[in-house]
Design a protein around this ligand. Structure first.
Ligand code: 5GP
Length: 120
């Protein structure tokens, strides 16, 4: 089921500067920061600055500029932290049944170890 964007979610609060985060990269339309509960030696979240609930919402409503910036940011972050050298995993949970806990689009970047079949 589609849900409206709730701007009290934790990533909206990080974007507004109300909560701290460890920034890895900031671009015009995207922000990347370390996951607070890392499940791998490299565990970074990349989010669009715009108010998008999920990948579903973002891919339907975001501008081409936002989509380009976000896509580029994910790859740039992986290279910036050296995850590209040994392989990494991208994951975006969509909706509660998809395992999404924070209702602001985020792509997880996992790396720094051999990755098994599933993470998060
Ligand atoms: P999801 O289950 O929605 O795909 O993933 C949410 C992720 O956000 C989890 O990996 C969780 O550890 C992370 N997270 C939750 N709250 C915070 C926070 O306040 N700061 C940071 N940096 N990460 C958070």
């Amino acid at each position: 089921a589609k849900q409206p964007y709730d701007d009290s979610n934790i990533f909206a609060r990080i974007l507004r500067g109300e909560l701290p985060s460890k920034t890895v990269l900031e671009t015009d339309h995207s922000l990347a920061f370390h996951d607070i509960n890392p499940l791998a030696p490299i565990h970074i979240l990349v989010i669009p600055k715009g108010a998008y609930v999920s990948w579903d919402d973002f891919s339907a409503r975001a501008s081409d500029a936002e989509i380009a910036d976000f896509t580029r940011a994910v790859g740039d972050v992986a290279r910036q932290v050296g995850a590209d050298a040994q392989g990494y995993r991208l994951l975006s949970n969509v909706g509660k049944r998809g395992g999404q806990e924070v209702p602001h689009l985020h792509v997880h970047i996992f790396g720094g170890q051999p990755l098994g079949p599933m993470l998060a």
